[in-house]
Design a binder for this molecule. Structure first.
Ligand code: CMC
Length: 392
């Protein structure tokens, strides 16, 4: 029969060529279009990084303004889409709502579903990036039983998202620039990460010619899992469960125990075997934000820092090259901002949308594009004859 390479989890298979993001896992390097993530997180801002990921170069001032205007122009969602939210239970996980609502965009934006038309692809990209914060914020408002807040286009991307999440009609709301900056940095640090599980899902879905909204909905579904984007929620819940520094050794022992499925959430990475450069920036950001908010004695941050310290002194973690990843500190910042843990993964999803979209666009113009169709090593029964039910 045919001979295949057996590579479960694709640990050694390159599925595509890409010129968007470079990762060197041994060295802890992450570059977008050649630019180091640290510089982008500290000196650039999310929409500029979106432009870079989508079009390959940093924009001129004029290009940036034009891009920001285009995104801003698309922040509202079709009014009828509000009905989708009210169809869900109030206690639905916002990721469940987002998967449904983003998939439903295919039914509202027919004029941007033709993947062969470059202009429609462009409009779909902008729509997805522009509407994702609105959809995530609406899922949040719905869970709290508060009225939806429409986008305010005079605000920047992060400030607008914070306002849609936290303002209520009864009170005046001013976006705190420190929080907006921290929010923007979280978006930037999650913007793209080459062929991770959700991005590969988007590419695989797209390889069949599915429309962009369906493909991104598939990515959101994949991201939800606790081994991937769901780790930020799971990590903060774990830190809270640990609660006090004296209980850390117990949890480290559990993480090392082969008979216990428990893992240290926010620890380990398929590609990074030295450090996750995003985690370093995130940790600094957590310190900065909490200090500026006057809550540097945050007990969760203390548990996180001590847990990191103890794990990094433990040969189990060093030998397996397990280090804190991007999700280890992000939850602490989001918690301090007032987000419930259920909103952490939706925030990851809205940040990663640009990465999914950039990779989707790249793929559609790639001459090597074919339907993704992995093979298998069959381990089942050999050929045999059917037996009538009465004879079994
Ligand atoms: N705690 C304890 N042990 C761990 C952990 C952990 N967090 N992560 C990996 N290990 C062990 C694992 O048990 C295995 O041990 P052994 O070789 O003795 O069987 C070894 O390390 C290798 O693990 P693996 O599962 O084969 O590695 P992987 O590359 O398939 O998985 C991972 C990578 C990120 C899924 C995994 O490290 C993990 O589950 N981490 C916790 C969840 C998490 O934080 N995910 C977020 C990843 S970064 C953001 C994102 O991608 O969304």
């Amino acid at each position: 029969g045919d001979i295949f390479t057996y590579d479960p989890g694709f640990t050694s298979t390159a599925a595509c060529e890409s010129n968007i993001t470079f990762i060197d896992g041994e060295e802890g390097v992450l570059l977008h279009r050649g630019y180091p993530i640290q510089q982008l997180a500290q000196q650039s801002h999310f929409l500029e990084v979106c432009y870079l990921l989508l079009y390959g170069e940093l924009p001129s001032a004029e290009q940036l303004e034009d891009f920001e205007n285009r995104v801003t122009n698309h922040t509202m969602i079709h009014e009828q889409m509000k009905n989708f939210f009210s169809g869900f239970r109030r206690d639905a996980h916002p990721m469940a709502i987002m998967t449904g609502v983003v998939g439903a965009m295919s039914a509202f934006y027919h004029d941007s579903t033709d993947i062969h038309d470059p202009w429609q692809r462009e409009v779909a990209s902008i729509r997805l990036i522009a509407k994702m914060p609105t959809i995530a914020a609406m899922a949040f408002k719905y869970s709290m039983g508060q009225p939806f807040v429409y986008p305010l286009n005079e605000l920047d991307y992060a400030s607008n998202f914070l306002r849609m999440c936290f303002s209520v009609p009864a009170e005046e709301y001013h976006v705190d620039p420190i929080l907006a900056r921290a929010m923007d940095r979280i978006f930037t640090l999650h913007a793209d990460h080459e062929q991770n599980a959700s991005t590969s899902t988007v590419r695989l879905a797209s390889s069949s010619g599915a429309n962009p909204f369906a493909c991104i909905a598939a990515g959101i579904a994949c991201l939800w899992g606790p081994a991937h984007g769901g780790a930020n929620q799971a990590c903060l819940e774990m830190l809270r469960e640990i609660g006090t520094v004296d209980r850390i050794p117990e949890f480290i022992a559990r993480a090392k125990d082969k008979n216990d499925p428990f893992r240290l959430m926010g620890f380990g990475h398929r590609v990074y075997k030295n450090h996750d450069p995003r985690a370093t920036v995130m940790k600094e950001s957590a310190d900065e934000v909490l200090e500026l908010m006057g809550i540097e004695n945050n007990p969760t941050l203390q548990v996180a820092k001590e847990l990191e310290k103890q794990a990094l002194e433990d040969p189990y973690f060093t030998e397996k090259k397990l280090f804190p990843n991007v999700d280890f500190y992000s939850g602490i910042i989001l918690d301090a901002m007032g987000f419930p843990t259920s909103m952490f993964t939706p925030i990851f999803a809205l940040s990663r949308t640009v990465g999914w979209v950039a990779q989707w666009k790249e793929m559609l113009t790639d001459d090597h594009m074919k339907i993704g169709r992995p093979r298998q090593l069959y381990t089942g029964a050999g050929a045999r004859d059917y037996i009538e039910v009465e004879n079994r």
